[in-house]
Ligand binder design. Structure first.
Ligand code: AMP
Length: 221
């Protein structure tokens, strides 16, 4: 099965993608992770990504399309494919359709996880990570057992906020999502991958998984 997972940043795509990929034996490709790895590699291409990613702006289509095309065509031992964070524009969706057509393996389904913007801002801007080991916390929803002390590595001090989790940057990322990515629902509704499943993401991660799995199983029946 080949699925595209849509949803604003912070809608819970990453968590749900991991669960979906495991359940249906799909290769999980997150464009954010692929681009962050390229950035961390220090390559010339990677260095050029910071100016967009740190500001919460979309990386230009030609760059993302070529990086993701390489990742999609790399050999995998999984039967299916789950794309998380890609495509994010109609141009990327067209390039993906073309590549999958050439590979003879078109998309089966698009899953759209919906969460209101203000809930997204609260979720992302409250995220903190341990500067020592990277463990993730939330000022409201996931506090360490002892305030200011990391549960995992014992680090004591100030937890950090990812550069692109600041409120101004989050609002920029949401604006980009609403302008460029939300229209993909219409794009996919009109095309061959005419089936778009909408899932209410404003619930606990377990409840979202339950709803999504039952919709997918009903869809495949
Ligand atoms: P994410 O972890 O999916 O929120 O992605 C982090 C950042 O990577 C985004 O804010 C963009 O700058 C960039 N990015 C990830 N996927 C894409 C994409 N499909 N198109 C353009 N930029 C992307």
């Amino acid at each position: 099965m080949r699925i595209v997972l849509l949803g604003a940043p912070g809608a819970g795509k990453g968590t749900q993608a991991k669960r979906l990929a495991e359940q249906f034996d799909m290769q999980h490709l997150s464009s954010g992770d692929v681009l962050r790895a390229e950035k961390a590699s220090g390559s010339e291409l990677g260095q050029s990504l910071s100016q967009y990613m740190d500001a919460g702006q979309l990386v230009p289509d030609d760059v993302v399309v070529s990086v993701m095309a390489k990742a999609i065509s790399a050999p995998s031992d999984k039967a299916g494919l789950l794309l998380d964070g890609f495509p994010r524009t109609v141009g990327q969706a067209e390039a993906l359709d073309k590549q999958l057509d050439e590979l003879g393996s078109p998309l089966d389904l698009v899953v759209d996880i919906q969460v209101p913007d203000e809930r997204i801002v609260a979720r992302i801007c409250g995220r903190r990570s341990c500067p020592e080991c990277g463990a993730i916390y939330h000022v409201e929803f996931l506090k360490p057992k002892t305030p200011g002390v990391c549960d995992k590595c014992g680090f004591e001090g100030k937890f950090s906020l990812r550069a692109d989790d600041r409120e101004d940057v989050v609002r920029e990322r949401l604006a980009a999502y609403n302008e460029y990515t939300a229209p993909l629902v219409g794009y996919y509704r009109g095309g061959d991958a005419g089936r778009v499943l909408r899932v209410d993401g404003d619930k606990s991660p377990d409840d979202v998984t339950t709803e999504m799995m039952s919709m997918l199983k009903a869809d495949r029946a």
